[in-house]
Design a binder for this molecule. Structure first.
Ligand SMILES: NC(=O)C1=CN([C@@H]2O[C@H](COP(=O)(O)OP(=O)(O)OC[C@H]3O[C@@H](n4cnc5c(N)ncnc54)[C@H](O)[C@@H]3O)[C@@H](O)[C@H]2O)C=CC1
Ligand SMILES: O=C(O)C1=N[C@H](C(=O)O)C[C@H](O)C1
Length: 277
Protein backbone atom coordinates (compact mmCIF):
# COMPACT_ATOMS: atom_id res chain seq x y z
CA UNK A 1 0.00 0.00 0.00
CA UNK A 2 2.80 2.39 0.90
CA UNK A 3 4.87 1.56 -2.16
CA UNK A 4 1.84 2.05 -4.44
CA UNK A 5 1.06 5.45 -2.96
CA UNK A 6 4.66 6.55 -3.31
CA UNK A 7 4.82 7.33 0.41
CA UNK A 8 7.85 6.86 2.62
CA UNK A 9 8.44 3.47 4.26
CA UNK A 10 7.27 4.82 7.60
CA UNK A 11 3.49 5.35 7.74
CA UNK A 12 2.46 8.93 8.48
CA UNK A 13 0.20 9.19 11.52
CA UNK A 14 -2.46 11.72 12.52
CA UNK A 15 -3.37 11.84 16.20
CA UNK A 16 -6.82 13.29 16.87
CA UNK A 17 -7.76 14.99 20.14
CA UNK A 18 -4.07 15.70 20.82
CA UNK A 19 -4.68 17.74 23.96
CA UNK A 20 -6.62 14.91 25.64
CA UNK A 21 -5.31 12.32 28.10
CA UNK A 22 -4.93 9.70 25.37
CA UNK A 23 -3.98 12.22 22.66
CA UNK A 24 -0.90 13.33 24.62
CA UNK A 25 0.07 9.73 25.35
CA UNK A 26 -0.32 8.79 21.68
CA UNK A 27 1.91 11.67 20.56
CA UNK A 28 4.55 10.57 23.06
CA UNK A 29 4.47 6.97 21.83
CA UNK A 30 4.51 7.93 18.11
CA UNK A 31 7.50 10.20 18.76
CA UNK A 32 9.29 7.32 20.51
CA UNK A 33 8.64 4.89 17.67
CA UNK A 34 11.10 4.49 14.81
CA UNK A 35 8.41 2.75 12.70
CA UNK A 36 6.11 5.73 12.05
CA UNK A 37 6.10 9.50 11.70
CA UNK A 38 3.71 12.05 13.21
CA UNK A 39 2.46 14.07 10.23
CA UNK A 40 -0.48 15.91 11.78
CA UNK A 41 -2.15 16.69 15.09
CA UNK A 42 -5.87 17.42 15.26
CA UNK A 43 -7.98 19.26 17.82
CA UNK A 44 -11.56 20.49 17.74
CA UNK A 45 -12.34 23.81 16.06
CA UNK A 46 -11.94 26.74 18.48
CA UNK A 47 -9.50 24.88 20.78
CA UNK A 48 -6.66 27.17 21.83
CA UNK A 49 -3.99 24.72 20.57
CA UNK A 50 -5.18 25.06 16.95
CA UNK A 51 -2.67 27.02 14.84
CA UNK A 52 0.20 26.54 17.33
CA UNK A 53 3.18 24.19 17.15
CA UNK A 54 2.38 20.94 18.98
CA UNK A 55 5.69 21.00 20.87
CA UNK A 56 4.97 24.47 22.23
CA UNK A 57 1.49 23.35 23.30
CA UNK A 58 2.99 20.39 25.16
CA UNK A 59 5.70 22.55 26.75
CA UNK A 60 8.56 20.86 24.89
CA UNK A 61 10.76 21.83 21.90
CA UNK A 62 9.00 22.70 18.63
CA UNK A 63 7.99 19.59 16.68
CA UNK A 64 7.32 21.18 13.30
CA UNK A 65 3.71 19.99 13.48
CA UNK A 66 1.05 22.69 13.66
CA UNK A 67 -2.15 21.66 15.44
CA UNK A 68 -5.04 21.80 12.99
CA UNK A 69 -8.83 21.37 13.03
CA UNK A 70 -9.00 20.52 9.31
CA UNK A 71 -9.51 16.76 9.49
CA UNK A 72 -9.74 15.93 5.78
CA UNK A 73 -6.62 17.92 4.88
CA UNK A 74 -4.70 16.20 7.72
CA UNK A 75 -5.99 12.73 6.88
CA UNK A 76 -5.10 13.12 3.20
CA UNK A 77 -1.42 13.43 4.22
CA UNK A 78 -1.45 10.28 6.37
CA UNK A 79 -1.56 6.50 6.20
CA UNK A 80 -3.28 6.12 9.60
CA UNK A 81 -5.51 8.13 11.92
CA UNK A 82 -5.36 7.25 15.60
CA UNK A 83 -8.52 8.47 17.23
CA UNK A 84 -9.42 8.57 20.92
CA UNK A 85 -11.90 11.45 21.07
CA UNK A 86 -15.71 11.45 21.39
CA UNK A 87 -18.49 9.59 19.54
CA UNK A 88 -19.69 12.42 17.25
CA UNK A 89 -16.12 13.27 16.22
CA UNK A 90 -15.22 9.63 15.61
CA UNK A 91 -18.23 9.02 13.36
CA UNK A 92 -17.30 12.07 11.26
CA UNK A 93 -13.63 11.01 11.17
CA UNK A 94 -14.56 7.49 9.98
CA UNK A 95 -16.09 8.92 6.82
CA UNK A 96 -13.19 11.33 6.23
CA UNK A 97 -10.50 8.69 6.89
CA UNK A 98 -12.27 6.39 4.42
CA UNK A 99 -12.26 9.19 1.80
CA UNK A 100 -8.52 9.59 2.39
CA UNK A 101 -8.06 5.77 2.37
CA UNK A 102 -6.22 6.02 5.69
CA UNK A 103 -6.38 3.25 8.30
CA UNK A 104 -8.65 4.48 11.12
CA UNK A 105 -7.80 3.16 14.59
CA UNK A 106 -10.74 3.89 16.90
CA UNK A 107 -10.34 3.81 20.67
CA UNK A 108 -13.31 6.07 21.40
CA UNK A 109 -15.97 4.49 23.63
CA UNK A 110 -19.60 5.42 24.37
CA UNK A 111 -20.61 4.86 20.73
CA UNK A 112 -24.34 4.28 20.12
CA UNK A 113 -25.71 1.47 17.93
CA UNK A 114 -26.36 4.09 15.26
CA UNK A 115 -22.74 5.34 15.46
CA UNK A 116 -21.51 1.77 15.03
CA UNK A 117 -23.64 1.28 11.91
CA UNK A 118 -22.15 4.48 10.41
CA UNK A 119 -18.62 3.34 11.21
CA UNK A 120 -19.42 -0.01 9.58
CA UNK A 121 -20.48 1.83 6.42
CA UNK A 122 -17.15 3.69 6.30
CA UNK A 123 -15.32 0.37 6.71
CA UNK A 124 -16.59 -0.70 3.29
CA UNK A 125 -13.97 1.67 1.82
CA UNK A 126 -11.07 1.56 4.27
CA UNK A 127 -9.51 -0.38 7.11
CA UNK A 128 -10.99 0.39 10.53
CA UNK A 129 -9.67 -1.17 13.73
CA UNK A 130 -12.00 -0.49 16.65
CA UNK A 131 -11.76 -1.70 20.25
CA UNK A 132 -12.99 -0.42 23.60
CA UNK A 133 -9.63 -1.45 24.99
CA UNK A 134 -6.36 -1.75 23.06
CA UNK A 135 -4.37 -3.64 25.72
CA UNK A 136 -3.18 -7.20 25.27
CA UNK A 137 -4.29 -8.11 28.80
CA UNK A 138 -7.90 -7.03 28.38
CA UNK A 139 -8.24 -8.66 24.99
CA UNK A 140 -6.93 -11.91 26.45
CA UNK A 141 -9.36 -11.46 29.36
CA UNK A 142 -12.29 -11.38 26.90
CA UNK A 143 -11.19 -14.83 25.70
CA UNK A 144 -10.93 -16.16 29.26
CA UNK A 145 -14.32 -14.67 30.13
CA UNK A 146 -15.95 -16.35 27.14
CA UNK A 147 -14.35 -19.67 28.08
CA UNK A 148 -15.43 -19.53 31.74
CA UNK A 149 -18.97 -18.41 30.82
CA UNK A 150 -19.26 -21.31 28.38
CA UNK A 151 -18.16 -23.78 31.04
CA UNK A 152 -20.63 -22.64 33.71
CA UNK A 153 -24.44 -22.73 33.74
CA UNK A 154 -26.88 -20.03 34.86
CA UNK A 155 -26.48 -21.03 38.51
CA UNK A 156 -23.41 -18.81 38.21
CA UNK A 157 -24.40 -15.13 38.25
CA UNK A 158 -22.16 -12.88 36.12
CA UNK A 159 -21.41 -9.32 37.31
CA UNK A 160 -18.95 -6.88 35.72
CA UNK A 161 -17.47 -4.09 37.84
CA UNK A 162 -15.34 -1.30 36.36
CA UNK A 163 -13.50 1.64 37.96
CA UNK A 164 -12.21 4.74 36.21
CA UNK A 165 -11.00 8.28 36.88
CA UNK A 166 -13.50 11.01 37.74
CA UNK A 167 -13.36 12.65 34.27
CA UNK A 168 -14.67 9.65 32.33
CA UNK A 169 -17.95 10.58 30.59
CA UNK A 170 -19.40 7.20 29.52
CA UNK A 171 -20.64 4.16 31.45
CA UNK A 172 -20.41 1.24 31.35
CA UNK A 173 -16.89 1.47 29.97
CA UNK A 174 -16.14 0.16 26.50
CA UNK A 175 -14.08 -2.57 28.14
CA UNK A 176 -16.94 -3.65 30.42
CA UNK A 177 -19.15 -3.96 27.33
CA UNK A 178 -16.48 -6.05 25.56
CA UNK A 179 -16.34 -8.35 28.59
CA UNK A 180 -20.15 -8.51 28.73
CA UNK A 181 -20.28 -9.43 25.03
CA UNK A 182 -17.70 -12.16 25.64
CA UNK A 183 -19.66 -13.59 28.59
CA UNK A 184 -22.91 -13.51 26.60
CA UNK A 185 -21.19 -15.19 23.65
CA UNK A 186 -19.90 -17.93 25.96
CA UNK A 187 -23.43 -18.49 27.22
CA UNK A 188 -24.89 -18.42 23.72
CA UNK A 189 -27.20 -15.44 24.44
CA UNK A 190 -27.49 -11.87 23.17
CA UNK A 191 -26.11 -9.27 25.60
CA UNK A 192 -29.04 -6.96 24.83
CA UNK A 193 -31.43 -9.57 26.23
CA UNK A 194 -29.61 -10.12 29.55
CA UNK A 195 -27.87 -6.81 30.33
CA UNK A 196 -28.75 -5.32 33.76
CA UNK A 197 -27.13 -1.94 34.34
CA UNK A 198 -26.55 -0.07 37.60
CA UNK A 199 -29.26 -1.32 39.99
CA UNK A 200 -30.97 1.23 42.22
CA UNK A 201 -34.00 1.12 44.50
CA UNK A 202 -36.35 -1.85 45.03
CA UNK A 203 -35.09 -3.85 42.10
CA UNK A 204 -36.46 -7.24 43.09
CA UNK A 205 -34.29 -10.32 43.25
CA UNK A 206 -31.63 -10.80 40.63
CA UNK A 207 -32.93 -12.39 37.43
CA UNK A 208 -31.25 -15.67 36.60
CA UNK A 209 -29.07 -15.37 33.50
CA UNK A 210 -28.64 -11.59 33.69
CA UNK A 211 -25.23 -9.98 33.26
CA UNK A 212 -24.88 -7.02 35.64
CA UNK A 213 -22.77 -3.88 35.08
CA UNK A 214 -21.51 -1.47 37.76
CA UNK A 215 -19.40 1.65 37.28
CA UNK A 216 -17.19 3.28 39.94
CA UNK A 217 -15.78 6.78 39.19
CA UNK A 218 -13.11 8.44 41.28
CA UNK A 219 -9.70 10.07 41.43
CA UNK A 220 -7.17 9.17 38.76
CA UNK A 221 -7.90 5.46 38.27
CA UNK A 222 -6.62 4.54 34.79
CA UNK A 223 -8.94 1.54 34.36
CA UNK A 224 -9.86 -1.55 36.39
CA UNK A 225 -12.20 -4.35 35.36
CA UNK A 226 -13.48 -7.39 37.21
CA UNK A 227 -15.72 -10.18 35.93
CA UNK A 228 -17.35 -12.02 38.83
CA UNK A 229 -18.92 -15.45 38.46
CA UNK A 230 -20.89 -16.07 41.68
CA UNK A 231 -22.59 -19.32 42.69
CA UNK A 232 -23.78 -20.80 45.97
CA UNK A 233 -20.73 -21.08 48.21
CA UNK A 234 -18.08 -19.96 45.72
CA UNK A 235 -16.97 -17.15 43.39
CA UNK A 236 -14.51 -16.83 40.52
CA UNK A 237 -13.05 -13.36 39.79
CA UNK A 238 -11.18 -12.44 36.63
CA UNK A 239 -9.44 -9.07 36.97
CA UNK A 240 -7.46 -6.63 34.83
CA UNK A 241 -5.76 -3.57 36.28
CA UNK A 242 -4.32 -0.86 34.01
CA UNK A 243 -1.89 1.52 35.70
CA UNK A 244 -0.47 3.34 32.66
CA UNK A 245 -2.26 4.72 29.57
CA UNK A 246 0.85 3.93 27.53
CA UNK A 247 -0.39 0.36 27.12
CA UNK A 248 -3.53 1.57 25.30
CA UNK A 249 -1.43 3.85 23.10
CA UNK A 250 1.06 1.12 22.23
CA UNK A 251 -1.83 -1.16 21.23
CA UNK A 252 -3.22 1.57 18.98
CA UNK A 253 0.16 2.09 17.27
CA UNK A 254 0.41 -1.64 16.68
CA UNK A 255 -3.07 -1.59 15.10
CA UNK A 256 -2.09 1.32 12.82
CA UNK A 257 0.89 -0.64 11.48
CA UNK A 258 -1.04 -3.93 11.25
CA UNK A 259 -3.78 -2.30 9.20
CA UNK A 260 -1.46 -1.01 6.47
CA UNK A 261 -1.68 -4.05 4.21
CA UNK A 262 -5.21 -5.23 5.08
CA UNK A 263 -8.30 -5.19 2.86
CA UNK A 264 -11.06 -2.67 3.70
CA UNK A 265 -13.23 -3.85 6.57
CA UNK A 266 -13.84 -3.52 10.29
CA UNK A 267 -11.37 -5.29 12.56
CA UNK A 268 -10.72 -5.42 16.30
CA UNK A 269 -7.70 -5.90 18.55
CA UNK A 270 -8.25 -9.67 18.63
CA UNK A 271 -7.47 -9.61 14.90
CA UNK A 272 -4.42 -7.42 15.45
CA UNK A 273 -3.11 -9.56 18.30
CA UNK A 274 -3.86 -12.86 16.58
CA UNK A 275 -6.29 -13.89 19.34
CA UNK A 276 -9.33 -14.23 17.04
CA UNK A 277 -11.34 -17.47 16.73
N1 LIG B 1 -9.86 1.86 23.57
C1 LIG B 1 -8.97 2.12 24.54
O1 LIG B 1 -8.01 1.37 24.78
C2 LIG B 1 -9.15 3.38 25.33
C3 LIG B 1 -10.20 4.20 25.05
N2 LIG B 1 -10.32 5.41 25.67
C4 LIG B 1 -11.41 6.26 25.20
O2 LIG B 1 -10.84 7.32 24.45
C5 LIG B 1 -11.69 8.47 24.51
C6 LIG B 1 -10.88 9.69 24.95
O3 LIG B 1 -10.44 9.52 26.25
P1 LIG B 1 -9.56 10.63 26.99
O4 LIG B 1 -8.32 10.90 26.20
O5 LIG B 1 -9.46 10.22 28.40
O6 LIG B 1 -10.54 11.89 26.87
P2 LIG B 1 -10.17 13.45 26.88
O7 LIG B 1 -11.45 14.16 27.16
O8 LIG B 1 -8.99 13.70 27.74
O9 LIG B 1 -9.72 13.74 25.36
C7 LIG B 1 -10.59 13.81 24.28
C8 LIG B 1 -10.01 14.81 23.29
O10 LIG B 1 -10.75 14.77 22.08
C9 LIG B 1 -10.88 16.09 21.62
N3 LIG B 1 -11.99 16.21 20.66
C10 LIG B 1 -13.31 16.13 20.90
N4 LIG B 1 -14.01 16.36 19.76
C11 LIG B 1 -13.08 16.58 18.79
C12 LIG B 1 -13.17 16.89 17.40
N5 LIG B 1 -14.34 17.04 16.78
N6 LIG B 1 -12.02 17.07 16.71
C13 LIG B 1 -10.82 16.92 17.31
N7 LIG B 1 -10.67 16.63 18.63
C14 LIG B 1 -11.80 16.47 19.35
C15 LIG B 1 -11.11 16.91 22.89
O11 LIG B 1 -10.90 18.29 22.70
C16 LIG B 1 -10.09 16.26 23.82
O12 LIG B 1 -8.82 16.86 23.68
C17 LIG B 1 -12.82 8.08 25.46
O13 LIG B 1 -13.93 7.62 24.72
C18 LIG B 1 -12.22 6.92 26.26
O14 LIG B 1 -13.17 6.07 26.82
C19 LIG B 1 -9.43 5.83 26.62
C20 LIG B 1 -8.39 5.02 26.96
C21 LIG B 1 -8.16 3.73 26.36
O1 LIG C 1 -11.88 6.51 29.49
C1 LIG C 1 -10.88 5.82 29.85
O2 LIG C 1 -9.98 6.31 30.54
C2 LIG C 1 -10.79 4.43 29.41
N1 LIG C 1 -11.66 4.02 28.55
C3 LIG C 1 -11.74 2.73 27.96
C4 LIG C 1 -13.06 2.08 28.33
O3 LIG C 1 -14.09 2.76 28.27
O4 LIG C 1 -13.07 0.89 28.65
C5 LIG C 1 -10.52 1.88 28.22
C6 LIG C 1 -9.83 2.12 29.53
O5 LIG C 1 -10.47 1.39 30.52
C7 LIG C 1 -9.68 3.58 29.88
Amino acid sequence: MLAESGMTEKPGIVVTGVSGRMGRMLVEQVQKSDRMTLVAALEREGHDWVGRDLGACLGVADMGVTVTSDALEAFSRAQAVIDFTAPAATVAFAELAAQARAVHVIGTTGLSDDDIVKIGAAARHAVIVRAGNMSLGVNLLTRLTRQVAAALDEDWDIEIVESHHNQKVDAPSGTALMLGEAAAEGRGVSLNDVSDRGRDGITGARKKGDIGFHAIRGGDVVGEHEVIFAAAGERIKLTHLASDRALFARGALRAALWGQDKAPGEYDMLDVLGLGD
